[in-house]
Write a protein that binds this ligand. Structure first.
Ligand code: 5AD
Ligand code: SF4
Length: 349
């Protein structure tokens, strides 16, 4: 059993050489191989639009950034990207966008999910990453065919959350959304940014314990990277970029040891800090990558942070699953089974 003390010790070890963490990473990778297999699952990422009603202090496409040219893919562009993915052997796509809750947007997502499902004969797994929504919206999208949802808590400490968001963004509402998503039947993923201004190593430890407490199925977390022109970009940095990379890899490894059977993504932000960032994430215990399938013409517009890579990483060296598998985390099936009611004699059904 990994304790809080173990986590603190591991995360607080001196930063500097990635090489020093080799044992930790190898233990996590071995745990991954045992529990979810050694193969890397891919999800094709499609960034529908960079319009967002939120104004997070760290994000390059926040509503208060007038320098961003806003775009919206057409339905045809989205469907074509999904179809290309299907033909290439992807079993799963992620539809991501800035947050919008208006009726037209909700309808549109529902329509897109249905069409992607239809055109793949139900075969394509669909993950949504579309922010905070009403329960009825989550339900409609689930009924349309989406089955996984990513909603990062960003920082599990309410105090830190408040420092990196404007006053009208609510930690409690975000938590409620995470509960509702689970309740509606989604496989739920969350995550945090690592190396935020004001963040302490203890906060990161609590983030890991928070994931376990929430019993999540998936996690996507990566280094915080200053986005030019955002309010947070001028705050003093808590960790250098090299330290953020190293902490991120340690977080992945520790989470793998803490929650062996969940899906953990090697995120794009890792790649932004290191040309081999995502491969390092896999080597530290992650098992999911999300190659970007957004049409190149608009990709520039989805700049959450500085130096966001526009081209995709090189997946050589890993066995990548292109067999149209959904690649669900075994954790989801296990927790569903565990929550089945007990038979009257107290035995499991
Ligand atoms: N650095 C790193 N990650 C960021 N995100 C947004 N802005 C930044 C940034 N400056 C992440 C958030 C969000 C996800 C889509 O992108 O965690 O949930
Ligand atoms: Fe919008 Fe997400 Fe960026 Fe916040 S982090 S401003 S919700 S796109």
């Amino acid at each position: 059993m990994i304790t809080r003390k173990d986590l603190i010790e591991n995360l607080k070890a001196p930063l500097g050489e990635l090489e020093a963490d080799r044992e930790l990473f190898a233990a996590a990778a071995a745990q991954r191989d045992r529990m979810v297999g050694s193969r890397v699952h891919v999800r094709g990422l499609i960034e529908l639009s960079n319009r967002c009603r939120k104004n997070c202090l760290y994000c390059g496409i926040r509503s208060g950034n007038p320098a961003v040219e806003r775009y919206e893919l057409t339905d045809e562009q989205v469907l074509a990207a999904a179809e290309r993915a299907w033909r290439a052997g992807y079993g799963s796509v992620v539809l991501q966008a800035g947050e919008r809750t208006d009726g037209a947007f909700v309808d549109r997502v529902e329509r897109l999910v249905k069409r992607i499902k239809e055109r793949s004969n139900g075969g394509m797994g669909i993950t949504l990453s579309l922010g905070e929504q009403a329960r009825a919206t989550y339900r409609r999208w689930f009924e349309a065919g989406a089955h996984r949802y990513l909603l990062r808590i960003e920082a599990s400490s309410p105090e830190l959350y408040a420092r990196i968001h404007p006053a009208d963004h609510s930690y409690r509402e975000r938590m409620d959304c995470l509960r509702v998503l689970r309740d509606e039947g989604y496989q739920v993923g969350t995550g945090v940014m690592i190396g935020l201004p004001f963040q302490r190593v203890e906060d990161l430890v609590d983030d890991l314990l928070f994931f376990r407490e929430l019993d999540i199925d998936m996690c996507g977390m990566g280094p915080y990277i200053e986005a030019p022109g955002t309010p947070l970009a001028t705050s003093p940095e808590a960790f250098s970029r090299a330290e953020r990379l190293q902490l991120s890899l340690r977080m992945i490894a520790l989470l793998r040891l803490l929650m062996p059977d969940i899906n953990i993504a090697a995120t794009t932000a890792l790649h932004a800090l290191h040309p081999q960032g995502r491969e390092l994430g896999i080597a530290a215990g992650a098992n999911v990558m999300m190659p970007n399938l957004t049409p190149a013409a608009v990709r520039e517009g989805y700049r959450l942070y500085d130096n966001k890579p526009l081209a995709d990483t090189d997946l050589r060296g890993f066995e990548v699953v292109f067999d149209r598998a959904w690649g669900d985390a075994p954790h989801f099936a296990a927790r569903r089974k565990a929550s089945e009611p007990l038979a009257e004699d107290g035995s499991e059904k």
